[in-house]
Design a protein around this ligand. Structure first.
Ligand SMILES: Nc1ncnc2c1ncn2[C@@H]1O[C@H](COP(=O)(O)OP(=O)(O)O)[C@@H](O)[C@H]1O
Ligand SMILES: [Mg+2]
Length: 232
């Protein structure tokens, strides 16, 4: 993915996305752009299609119609093998419940994407340790997910999403299960590290205080992005 240095060129774009789950039309012509390094909040009521939009943009789900482009390339047309490689190398994802692997320690959870990418164990663990430190969870390396607080688990999940140096992080209500203090800690760690590393973030939230961390906000209603884009 080259020629993405110019901030005016979208890194990732969805155009007129339509996606049905059975009879439910989750997306009805959603259009949105994410610029390189931008932190974009996508807000909207429950059921408005936010998660479906994220899944389409992250190449997890294929839209029924419309286009998803990543660095000018049609993501929705890529073969599954190329898509999964792209997801592993250029995208990071974090969900409401971090979905860490319960049997692995914090350190091993964060090291895992690097090991899957072929890194040596020692290097992977050293890098994982640095990312845990950036997210303020150094000292928790040996904890397993069941032994962490919700806020700690989310910070470990974010470290895991960022450890490979992705171009885009997709975060679906990453603070949805946290109290407001833990939410603030997670959001400030996420936005700080994303800005530092130039990583774009697609942040889904229905919490205005969380959306306020973004550079820009768009609102979904009934599967479409409302025409008015709200600068935050
Ligand atoms: N896998 C699914 N099967 C059936 N319906 C679904 C599925 N996923 C989402 N939906 C429906 O699609 C609509 C949009 O869902 P979703 O994208 O999850 O919205 P949001 O994240 O904004 O709550 C909702 O009506 C939801 O019930
Ligand atoms: Mg959702």
């Amino acid at each position: 993915m080259s020629n993405q240095e110019d901030g005016a060129v979208p890194l990732l774009a969805a155009r007129d996305l339509v996606k049905a789950h059975g009879r439910t039309e989750a997306l009805r012509g959603a259009t949105v752009e994410l610029r390189p390094g931008e932190i974009l909040a996508v807000t909207g009521a429950s059921g408005s299609g936010k998660s479906t939009l994220l899944h389409c943009l992250a190449g997890i789900v294929r839209p029924d119609s419309g286009a998803v482009t990543y660095g000018g390339e049609r993501l929705d047309r890529l073969p599954e093998r190329r898509l999964s490689e792209l997801r592993r190398t250029e995208f990071g994802v974090v969900f409401q419940f971090g979905q860490l692997i319960p049997e692995l320690t914090a350190l091993d959870n964060v090291a895992l994407p690097l090991l899957l990418g072929g890194a040596r164990r020692q290097e992977a663990q050293a890098s994982a340790g640095e990312w845990l430190e950036r997210f303020g969870v150094r000292g928790q390396e040996e904890l397993r997910p069941g032994e962490m607080s919700g806020g700690q688990a989310q910070r470990v999940a974010l470290a895991r999403a960022l450890v490979t140096g992705p171009k885009v992080v997709f975060a679906d209500e990453p603070t949805g299960a946290l109290d407001s203090l833990a939410s603030e800690q997670v959001m400030s760690a996420l936005t700080h590290t994303a800005r530092e590393s130039g990583t774009a973030v697609l942040l889904i939230t229905h919490d205005a205080q969380v959306a306020a961390y973004a550079d820009r906000e768009v609102r979904l209603a009934d599967g479409a992005v409302l025409p008015l884009e709200v600068g935050v």
